[in-house]
Design a protein around this ligand. Sequence first.
Ligand code: 9MG
Length: 296
Amino acid sequence: MRLQSADQRPKISLALGANRSMQIGKLRIDAPAVMGILNVTPDSFSDGGRFSLRDDALRQAEAMAMAGADIIDVGGESTRPGAKHVSEQEELDRVVPVIEAICEVTDAPVSVDTSKAGVMRAAIRAGAAMINDIRALRDPGALEAAAELQRPVCLMHMQGQPRTMQDTPQYTNVTEEVRHFLAERIGICVDAGIGRDLIITDPGFGFGKSHAHNVELLANLRQLQELGQPLMVGLSRKATLGTLTGRGTDERLPASIAAAVIALMSGAVILRVHDVAATVDAVKVTQAVLETRLTQ
Ligand code: 9MG
């Protein structure tokens, strides 16, 4: 049995830029979309070997699709500060079987969270519909691979590298510097042959940003709409929400929902989250208000 992808939510005209629309696999992005996070790393699941890792990941993907996830983001390398480097072969071994298995059971498009050109190519061959790159296609060969694959790609801002990015993040004006970086990357992608209808942007909350930088970026998120590309936001359970609430990672659902609603009200189109069902409800409420505003 194939699982249904997200239910039909009412559509609103979104911040997709002038006359632009975006398609991710079978999903038309004409309403806010919820992207469920699926980390395929041994520390994310019971570590009972490769088959069990794949089966656990598939079960979680099915649960997210049933809960209303529009997209499932599969990643094989942890991006947490201090996380160990993973070889290309190891990343391939983790994500490719999981992507193949998910594509067999659901129509929800799969995104591959990677910076490696070889993993991008193999993931798309396995059925992935989108690339999510925290390095915005800056790693060797990534820009060329994305141009060749012609799939939607999320360009994320990050200052530094995951291992050290939280040591001393520094900006004069964080919103302006993130906007400038993303505008530059969009230009480089367009010059390489990646159409604007394939480009999503993301400010990269928590990636080389202090707590104050994250709060300032969220407060000014609307300014990133000037880029004219769909905006993706990942704040789910992040440290900055822990700083604001004093809560541990597993207790940050209310704060994550608050952040998701603020992001939507500021023009975000894709929310990358752990808690799909709760976020889908929050999207429905927020969307009803945004639509009513638009029609009044
Ligand atoms: C992989 N990953 C972790 N956090 C993320 C975020 O905020 N955005 C995107 N695009 N990817 C992320």
